[in-house]
Design a protein around this ligand. Structure first.
Ligand code: PRT
Ligand code: ZN
Length: 287
């Protein structure tokens, strides 16, 4: 039987859609039917296991799945001995302390002796221990933000992305203690060479997709006399591709530019007299 790598993905929640989108952009085809528990990719030796995100670290540890996509928060909170392969950059959020009106907050020491409701006692405990702060944790699995209003906690420590939930519950975010995003995890020892090979192929594809997302492909026409300056501005993987135009004083240049520097590069090219600037997204990119 052909060896397959089994990946655990959140069945339904904040990680699901982008996890599937990532695999899809790696050119891997599958049915993506959220009603099933398991399914097989049709053109790559990968099997999907759709589960609750909380279960993913244990499933990977126990070999139920070989790899998994999970929030870094879940991975660090469970503190199971697993390997983090890479940061996938989506489902970003932060773990923050938030207090109700009237709570006099200066710094983390203001939490001394307080009751803090959280689903992340391990991560929060580590942060407070480092500063020798003693507090009581009220463990709650959901609806953390209502606990101060109902009197079972003095403040909370919960995940935040837009801050809407905190505001809706009259809470003020006072301190971010931790940042999270989706990560790819596996066991420290996969124990199967064929699976390791498949994982390497998958990682190569994910890297190519992630790299491509950070770059744009640009093409433009330029007076030839500015060729030397343009190479300095755009950089490019090796050097820009230059072709001649019918008009002998003009050239056409093609290159890749980092997303972060994109507007700066466009402005500088315009100042050099570049014309007909075309920009396209890159789908995949490998060294
Ligand atoms: O059913 P299952 O157990 O699989 O899902 P779940 O309900 O436990 O998890 P889910 O889907 O809510 O979150 C999965 C992962 O998404 C988390 O472990 C984080 O890594 C990541 N993530 C990103 C978030 C958020 N953003 C987020 N905003 N997880 C939860 N929230 C919650 C937060 O707890 C709070 O209740 O959203 C609310 C705050 O959101 P804002 O936008 O109002 O600030
Ligand atoms: Zn969960």
């Amino acid at each position: 039987m052909e060896t397959t790598l089994r990946i655990a993905i959140q069945k339904s929640g904040r990680l699901s859609e982008q996890s599937l989108e990532l695999i899809h952009s790696c050119g891997i085809k599958f049915g993506c039917d959220s009603r099933v528990l398991k399914e097989q990719a049709t053109n790559f030796p990968l099997e999907f296991l759709y589960v609750r995100d909380d279960d993913i670290p244990t499933y990977v540890r126990d070999g139920v799945a070989d790899v998994g996509i999970v929030g870094r928060n879940e991975y660090d909170e469970q503190a199971i001995d697993l390997k983090m392969i890479m940061d996938l950059g989506f489902s970003k959020c932060r773990l923050s302390v938030a207090v109700p009106q009237g709570f006099d907050y200066k710094d983390l020491h203001s939490l001394e002796g307080k009751r803090i409701a959280t689903s992340y006692p391990h991560i929060l405990g580590n942060v407070l221990d480092k500063q020798n702060i003693k507090a009581t944790f009220v463990r709650v699995a959901g609806s953390v933000e209502v606990t101060p209003a109902v009197g079972i906690a003095d403040c909370i420590c919960d995940l935040v992305s837009t801050g809407t939930t905190l505001a809706a519950n009259g809470l003020r975010e006072v301190e971010c203690i931790y940042n999270s995003s989706a990560i790819l995890i596996c066991r420290n020892q996969m124990g199967n060479i064929k699976k390791e090979e498949i994982l390497k192929r998958l990682i190569l594809r994910i890297n190519a997709v992630q790299k491509a997302a950070n770059y744009k492909y640009i093409m433009f026409n330029l007076p030839e006399k500015h060729l030397a300056s343009v190479a300095k501005i755009v950089g490019g993987m090796k050097s820009p591709t230059v072709t001649r135009l019918m008009d002998k004083d003009w050239i056409s240049v093609q290159t890749v530019v980092e997303e972060d520097r994109f507007w700066e590069v466009i402005e500088q090219l315009k100042m050099l007299g570049a014309q007909g600037i075309l920009v396209t997204a890159i789908e995949k990119m490998t060294e």
